[in-house]
Write a protein that binds this ligand. Sequence first.
Ligand code: ACO
Length: 312
Amino acid sequence: MYHDPSHTCIAAVGSFVPSRVVTNDELAAIVDTSDQWIVSHTGIRERRWADEETTFDLAYKATVDLLGRYQTTIDAIVCATATADYPGFPSTASLLSEKLGVTGAAVDVSAGCTGFIYALEIGRGMIATGTARTVLIVGSERLSSVLDMRDRSTCVLFGDGAAAVVLTASDQPLWLGTYIRSEASGSKSLTIDPVTKILTMEGRAVYTFAVRAIAETIDALLEEHKLGIDDIDWIVPHQANQRIIASCAKRYGIDESKFFLNIDRYANTSAASIPLALAEMEQSALLTSGQRVILVGFGAGLTYGGVLLLWK
Ligand code: ACO
């Protein structure tokens, strides 16, 4: 049965991060870097790296956290990840569906750090077409397993973690808009090399792209609804680099305090970073009913995009 796609909401959020904290000083003992450089260039102070947990374990523990906060059945699962435990198949979503006993659709999404935004739109489509009534959307990453610990320009930037949301139909039009895009260039700017299985990044090029992508996404979502930036309560960006957010805010005249950041404690957790931020905001009571919230992602592909919603 068709369901109005604007009547969809994020009903609950959960998260999980590994217990092992890795500080900048610990990395400075391995590569030629310093706490001062990392903090001043990225805003990162520490990150979590998994010891035992796989990407599936992280995803499952985030889901358990969510289900402890919000009781629901799950009809379908979409998992955004760049670091699935199995290359190709089975998907992380399939591993989750087996563990949870879910018999509806189960699929992984690969769109780099924009993966969570893409996954939301796929889940919303399932609800709109009646394929599912509740969709578990998970972002889960074990990026520590694809880092070259000799490359100081990448190994300090990334962390492990997972977070999950449940999408359901709502009786109010809470989903105001989605904007998803891909860049027709830049596919090699961010890769997990097929031979070495190591993450590579052209940092400067991605930085410039990111500032532009965030601004374009916010503008497009505001324009569609004839809203101004002052009408927005929170912008929850992909957490790649605090300086990206600061320069975007400065260049486009956005109050920096509208952006929620927790990159200082988790670094860049790719597809997990936006829901991880949402989970922290929800648990700190920063999100309240009726607030206008923009989620914005950008990353490998290159891909970017965002959603504008009213918090339930
Ligand atoms: N410690 C000390 N020095 C370092 C480090 C480090 N960890 N990393 C790089 N440097 C050095 C470089 O070697 C270079 O030295 P040189 O001038 O002697 O050659 C100098 O710092 C400047 O290098 P830049 O790359 O120009 O540094 P920049 O200020 O651009 O910061 C950074 C690098 C943090 C990677 C930045 O470019 C960035 O954040 N890029 C965007 C990353 C991003 O947004 N990724 C998102 C997507 S991730 C995904 O989709 C999976």
